[in-house]
Ligand binder design. Structure first.
Ligand SMILES: N[C@@H](CCC[C@H](N)C(=O)O)C(=O)O
Length: 275
């Protein structure tokens, strides 16, 4: 017997996708350990997480994401675009616009290919939360705090994100600095950590240290969304759309009352795991 999988990435944030549309492939109590084993880049397939696509009672499809540290994340911006590509390519989505159930709620996706054959998806990321209780973070009102000499803002865009503005993102020693914020007691469920450099009137460059991966990833969709929204909220950028340059590629974030995220997703390869 074998388990079929598809490897996809969104701007280098890479995922192993398991198709459970026709029934459970990995029992729920084994999904976390499956992610630990197969996200390993030397002893497994390699990935920043494992996406499971399955039928939903509330939406067209359901997405679950298990991470290399065995945690399950409520939402994943790059992951939902990868799942959208898989759903679109496999006709699980009957139209270009469809809905995906996540632990952070049901989100609407608009997906398709352009004239050059490149896939992209726009996700309605919903209404962001800045309130400390909703992040969750200790404090009251919109979160901001001084941590380790840095001014830290935060938002929940499906998962918690801390945002710190710097002059030069390249100069940040992410592995040294980010864990102090990621594990800070002000964030009871931990947080992802984004360092942000403003590069233009409506443009930022970011680097993200991810909870669950416990390291830097090449891109983070929810982190890009949180960083763009906070940049707009505190007046560091203007306009309706913020262009976010991540290490692995660009994303466009709509910073209206409801946030949107537009970006690519690509299939890398398909394979089978022998049992
Ligand atoms: N890479 C993701 C975010 C995945 C969840 C995150 N690591 C968490 O645990 O909060 C994205 O593209 O949004």
């Amino acid at each position: 017997m074998t388990i079929a999988f598809t490897k996809l990435h969104g701007n280098g944030n890479d995922f192993i996708l398991i198709d459970e549309m026709a029934g459970t492939v990995i029992p729920d109590d084994m999904k976390a350990q499956f992610a630990v084993s197969y996200c390993d880049r030397r002893f497994g397939i390699g990935g920043d997480g494992v996406l499971f696509i399955s039928p939903s009672e509330k939406a067209d499809v359901r997405m679950r994401l298990f991470q290399p540290d065995a945690s399950e994340a409520e939402m994943c911006g790059n992951g939902i675009r990868c799942l959208a590509k898989y759903a679109f390519d496999n006709n699980y989505a009957k139209t270009k616009s469809f809905s995906v159930e996540t632990l952070a709620g049901v989100l609407t996706v608009r997906a398709g290919y352009d004239s050059e054959g490149d896939f992209s998806a726009t996700i309605d990321m919903g209404v962001p939360a800045y309130d400390s209780a909703a992040i969750p973070a200790i404090g009251s009102g919109d979160f901001s705090a001084e941590i380790e000499g840095m001014t830290v803002y935060a938002a929940n865009t499906g998962v918690p994100h801390a945002v710190i503005f710097v002059e030069d993102v390249e100069a940040v020693d992410l592995d040294a600095v980010a864990p102090k914020i990621r594990h800070n007691a002000l964030f009871p469920k931990g947080t992802n950590v984004n360092f942000v450099q403003v590069t233009g009137p409506s443009a930022i460059t970011i680097r993200t240290f991810e909870r669950g991966v416990e390291g830097e990833t090449l891109s983070c969709g929810t982190g890009s969304t949180a960083s763009a929204l906070i940049s707009a909220k505190i007046g560091k950028v203007s306009g309706d759309v913020v262009h976010v340059e991540t290490v692995g590629g660009p994303l466009d974030i709509g910073v209206g009352e409801r946030a949107t995220m537009t970006g690519p997703a690509e299939t890398v390869f398909v394979g089978e795991i022998p049992l």
